[in-house]
Design a protein around this ligand. Structure first.
Ligand SMILES: Cc1cc2nc3c(=O)[nH]c(=O)nc-3n(C[C@H](O)[C@H](O)[C@H](O)COP(=O)(O)OP(=O)(O)OC[C@H]3O[C@@H](n4cnc5c(N)ncnc54)[C@H](O)[C@@H]3O)c2cc1C
Length: 391
């Protein structure tokens, strides 16, 4: 993550000399606009996991940085048109004036259309998030591509700092070229990501099936607790699932709970079907392998999957697992986990301890309730590691 943070700071350096040159509301609007555009640029980069994976496996940290930057970016992106309106001494209607009758108003209008797209994306990811279904929210995220695709020429056409400063204009062109390469990469990656063949599908409970996939090309070697993204074809949407077994023969297994359209189509597949897989991702259970401190694994329902291979390979006196399920038959892998952990495999919530590390996985609601209870009983943030099955 340090690498990523350094790159982000480095990318802002060319704009720093402008700080000393801003001496009007118009200049401030320009500067804020460039900052907002750069933030949106990074939002697209951070959203491209097949790229960020080359800098860090910690997908959750990248997603959290993406969310944080979304907040900062929103402030800059929304402040820019307001400052422009003040500098132009116009009323708020000026914000929505779409006019392509001449060059400059055309470039400005690109910014106004981008503002509308940004508002739709920002509102569905923040204030209206709870009202938007996961699928619709995910689709709305694709708006970020045309959004940045409008912002870059907007600044190029009417950004006074870019117009006056040739080397900054060249840098802006470089950012635009890199973004075009990134979009090309993002569209092309599914064509060459790992092809895996479904070799077995075993029902583990009324709602959970374990799928075993064999590599048709370069095998992936996930560490315990990591997850991969599966697609039914190279143009389909990717869905994350934790790896429950890494076979000696390089097969990978995933235990999948029926949830919606994708998991239903997965359940309809017959052995021999070919899927696309990218990954592995995640560092969720890395510290649980350290036997120097108690590792308390807490799983809600299907949230047990990141712990299965971990327990299979690294079970020890320091490790215990609390598997909270709604029905006994949903306690998948119970026999094997009990075999490795004995009495340290439990079904109730955990008791807090001062030195223990707590690894909590499951639905967002389960993670929030469990960590809330542990914190209320003195467990600190530094002792808590979480993975939500929704991102
Ligand atoms: C890191 C991680 C590991 C996961 N591991 C497992 C696992 O081992 N076994 C398992 O059964 N489930 C796992 N999930 C959840 C799984 O990805 C979703 O249940 C699945 O994508 C549902 O897709 P759907 O089309 O069937 O249902 P939908 O109706 O599309 O979604 C149902 C719910 O699943 C979640 N979801 C849907 N798509 C995604 C997505 N692309 N990314 C994240 N969440 C999504 C949302 O909360 C949504 O409300 C994991 C999720 C994450 C983030």
């Amino acid at each position: 993550m340090r690498w990523l943070a350094c790159l982000m700071l480095l990318s802002a350096l060319p704009f720093l000399p402008l700080l000393g040159r801003a001496d009007s509301v118009g200049d401030a609007a320009n500067l804020v606009g460039l900052g907002g555009a750069l933030t949106l640029w990074w939002q697209v980069v951070l959203g491209t996991r097949t790229l960020t994976r080359r800098l860090t496996a910690d997908r959750l940290a990248v997603v959290n940085l993406h969310r944080w930057l979304g907040g900062c970016g929103a402030f800059l992106v929304l402040l820019h048109p307001l400052l422009e309106t003040i500098a132009a001494r116009r009323d708020l209607a000026y914000l929505w004036l779409i006019d392509f009758t001449w060059v400059e108003s055309g470039y400005t209008s690109l910014g106004r259309i981008a503002l509308l797209l940004f508002l739709a994306l920002w509102l569905t990811s923040t204030l209206l998030r709870a009202l938007v279904r996961h699928r619709a929210w995910r689709l709305m995220h694709y708006v970020s591509y045309p959004l940045v695709g409008l912002v870059l020429p907007h600044a190029w056409g009417v950004g006074s700092y870019l117009i006056e400063t040739p080397w900054l204009r060249a840098y802006w062109l470089l950012l635009a070229a890199l973004l075009a390469l990134l979009v090309g990469w993002r569209l092309a990656v599914p064509l060459w990501t790992g092809r895996y063949r479904l070799v077995a599908a075993e029902r583990l409970s009324p709602t959970v099936v374990q799928y075993t996939l064999a590599p048709l090309g370069r095998p992936r070697r996930p560490a315990p607790g990591q997850f991969c993204y599966l697609r039914l074809n190279s143009l389909g949407r990717a869905h994350p699932f934790s790896v429950t077994r890494v076979g000696e023969d390089a097969t990978l297994s995933f235990a999948v709970k029926d949830a919606g359209p994708f998991t239903a189509r997965l359940a309809a597949l017959r052995p021999g079907a070919v899927l696309r897989l990218d990954g592995p991702y995640g560092t969720f259970t890395r510290q649980a392998r350290d036997a120097d401190r108690p590792a308390v694994l807490v799983a809600g329902g299907i949230g047990v999957t990141p712990f299965v291979e971990l327990v299979r390979r690294h079970a020890g006196p320091h490790m215990s697992l609390h598997h909270v399920v709604s029905a006994r038959e949903e306690a998948v892998f119970a026999d094997e986990l009990r075999h490795h952990l004995g009495a340290r495999y439990r079904t109730g919530p955990p008791q807090p301890g001062p030195r223990a590390r707590y690894f909590v996985c499951g639905s967002p609601g389960f993670v929030a309730t469990t960590t809330g209870r542990l914190r209320a009983r003195g467990v600190t943030g530094g002792q808590l590691y979480t993975e939500e099955f929704d991102c």
